[in-house]
Design a protein around this ligand. Structure first.
Ligand code: G3I
Length: 330
């Protein structure tokens, strides 16, 4: 009984985890669950180490040490790799986000091209999905004001897809964002923009819906409709950074929650999993760390947490069983 094992039985479906080798190295019980022997996961995403600040800390100086380590670990453990992320406004090194001389299109374009081409070339054949652009939309559907948008308008999106595709034509190229799960102004504006990219022949293959969700606010029908907005364009979809957090001030330890609250989280995971399984073009889901022990949530949302299928002690929660039941039922 394992999530990745069960998901693999379904054609083209993935159940992934986000992690890093330095986390695995420091915690043997954690690593044991993450590894091949348990077959919980058939895919992995580096949580931080392929981001710009880590992978190109100085202009033209690439450091693949941590990314390579994760890829080697993934290969040794039979897990495919989602690359995250080539173009994002966050976790940029200062030389990109705060340059001494302001960027112009003529100065920034070769920097972006070199960044994308060098990374995708390096991981060609090893990373089969890339989050090419991450979080480019505001929640109202307008484009986020970033160093890239402010310099290029939206042109960088098509360029980025093209450069990545030229380096590795076999990689599935994503645009990834949060609040992509339910039909909304953001989803509708994004779908219109994606249709334009498709019409112009840019190699967009898939949409990532991060799915950082809240307990009690998960609705299978609504998420199926949101994902279908993208799938109806012919794009594949994927739930890329799943967690479902409690926002009721009880913190990160599931022991502090009532049985009905714990049941609600399990129900929400069941509905989320079923929402993906109900969409033919949905490739699967990746939890953003599998355990509450290493979740980013408590550090960012005070009092929130307990968002993942394994608790802080690495025990499976009812949410785990709920995911398994959804997969088995499909
Ligand atoms: O590397 C430094 C380390 O040198 C320093 O000692 C330490 C002290 O705080 O910070 C370390 O950097 C941290 C970094 O993760 C690497 O571990 C940052 O503080 C921390 O803020 C950063 O958080 C990451 C966050 O992205 C940053 O935006 C989370 O781990 C990561 O889970 C999160 O992931 C994002 C996705 O990439 C995109 N979607 C949203 C998601 C959640 O924010």
């Amino acid at each position: 009984e394992s999530l990745g094992g069960k998901m693999s039985l379904l054609q083209r479906r993935w159940f992934g985890q986000a992690t890093e080798t330095y986390t695995l190295a420091g915690d043997a019980p954690y690593a044991a669950i993450a590894e091949a022997a348990n077959a919980e996961f058939n895919r992995v995403t580096p949580e931080n180490t392929m981001k710009w600040e880590t992978i190109e800390p100085q202009q033209g100086v690439f450091d693949f040490t941590l990314g390579d380590a994760l890829v080697e670990w993934a290969q040794a453990n039979g897990q495919a790799v989602r690359g995250h992320t080539l173009v994002w406004h966050s976790q940029l090194p200062a030389w990109v986000s705060n340059p001494t001389v302001p960027w112009t299109p003529a100065t920034l374009k070769p920097v972006l091209e070199n960044h994308i081409r060098t990374i995708v070339r390096h991981y060609k054949g090893k990373v089969d999905m890339w989050d090419v652009v991450n979080e480019m939309f505001n929640d109202d559907g307008t484009f986020r004001q970033t160093v890239f948008y402010n310099t290029f308008g939206t042109d960088f999106v098509g360029w980025a897809l093209t450069w990545a595709h030229e380096e590795d034509p076999d990689a599935l190229l994503f645009i990834n964002d949060y609040n992509f799960e339910y039909v909304s102004p953001k989803v509708n504006a994004a779908a219109t923009f994606f249709q334009g990219l498709i019409d112009q022949g840019f190699p967009l293959g898939a949409v990532g819906a991060q799915a950082h969700l809240i307990v009690g606010q998960v609705d299978q029908t609504g998420i199926t409709a949101g994902l279908s907005t993208f799938a109806d364009l012919g794009l594949l979809v994927y739930l890329t950074e799943v967690d479902i957090r409690y926002q009721i001030g009880r913190g990160n330890d599931i022991a502090n929650y009532t049985s009905s609250q714990i049941g609600q989280e399990a129900k929400d995971y069941y509905e989320l999993t079923n929402a993906c399984l109900a969409v033919d073009n949905c490739l699967g889901m990746t939890v953003w760390e599998y355990t509450d022990k290493y979740s980013w949530i408590p550090g960012v949302f005070a009092g929130a947490g307990a968002a993942l299928p394994w608790d802080v002690r690495l025990n499976k929660k009812p949410a785990y069983t709920a995911i398994l039941e959804a997969i088995e039922g499909s």
